[in-house]
Design a protein around this ligand. Sequence first.
Ligand SMILES: Nc1ncnc2c1ncn2[C@@H]1O[C@H](COP(=O)(O)OP(=O)(O)OP(=O)(O)O)[C@@H](O)[C@H]1O
Ligand SMILES: [Mg+2]
Length: 437
Amino acid sequence: MAHVLIVEDSDDLLFSLSNTVRKEGYSVYSAPTGAEALAILNNSIVDLVFLDIGLPDIDGIELISRIREIGADIEIVMLTGKNDAKTAVHALKAGAVDYILKPFDLIEFKQILHRIMRGRLALKKELVEPKEASITSIIGVSTAAQRLRKEIETAAAVKAPVLISGETGTGKELVARALHSLIKESKRRIFVKVDCGALAANVIESELFGHEKGAFTDANREKKGLAEMANGGTLFLDEIGNLPLSLQPVLLRMIEEKTFRRVGGLRDIKIDVRVIAATNINIEKEIAEGRFREDLYYRLNVIEIAIPPLRERDDDVLLIAEFFLRMFSRDMKKNIKGFTPEAEKNLLDNRWPGNIRELKNCIERGVIYCTSEWLAPQHMSLEDHVMRRTPDNSTFVTLKEMEKEYIRKVLESTGNNKSEAARILDISRTTLRDKLS
Ligand SMILES: Nc1ncnc2c1ncn2[C@@H]1O[C@H](COP(=O)(O)OP(=O)(O)OP(=O)(O)O)[C@@H](O)[C@H]1O
Ligand SMILES: [Mg+2]
């Protein structure tokens, strides 16, 4: 539920506005003084503040900047006197989104209330991807899967950063979302995902932390960063191992001091986010090679959740495969009863370098090509022996052929993503390119 704070020193008006907001379906806090307003804002999460300009204790404009320091994404609407248009302009400059001239009627008040709340909802909708996950979306009966669910529950109970590590496709994002869903009050709190690997350092900085007007040539207006948008919720930093070195101290400060500055900004902005980071590369190796700061690493992995690769979770392979089989059969309206014994054996023998994502893609392909009631290896193109954990004597191939086939397989499982494939193969992109040509 969204929270609204009314700050107004006239008792009657405070009462009637609070009542209106409550009747419109929002939760409401009320404060007759600036000091009480600040106390509420420091201790609760508020979406919108209606602020009377003439408070007995703190100047309204001053109060706006104080609120801005507490949370950059709190919307402020100023309540000003009829003859005070000048102050209204100052209020807007200081960071209010709108103002209402007194006396006003409740209809006008409600219109503004709904307009701002609708805007916030639209923003949140856009940020929370529709795929909600809960702890039950993590399928598995293996000891590893059970431990994983336990670890998620433990992590959700505390506020420290969490580092999720695991090979590609093991379910790091799924785990992050499940963790977020368990955090108290997270239903109305947002989950913002930032891919630290995909962009150049300066672009990431302004994406992540926003920028002030005029910070660089194209910055015509101020922009909130993703961190600021995640305020009160979860900031999921995917591929943290690729975060440029220059940004690492900035992130460290955000975690330790709960403040940051926008690009080109001089003022500190307070922020309260739950940081979850994920990596599929070995960060200790990155530290040894000078690409990752040790202090940031220790700050991020206060709680570490390491997801084991699928090949170490034999008990889960068939269960997860069955789950995807049912899911895709339903989606594609096919009546497939299950796997042939041969298919089950192949599923268990496969090494799954692309882990659960690869298994999922494989089953989807199988369901597409399956024309009978039972899914067989050929439907999933799983009949080749190259990927088997133990080579089958009858089908020995040369090392070169094996390498070629293996690279093809890895590329396929990563959706032809060369950087990711190079990472799985633990070779550089250049080496991969040479091998491909
Ligand atoms: N235990 C599980 N049960 C069911 N589905 C799972 C499980 N783990 C992962 N998946 C599914 O596998 C796919 C890959 O998971 P996800 O995107 O979370 O992996 P990832 O570790 O973030 O991968 P990458 O490193 O490539 O980003 C998703 O479709 C996810 O829903
Ligand atoms: Mg991921």
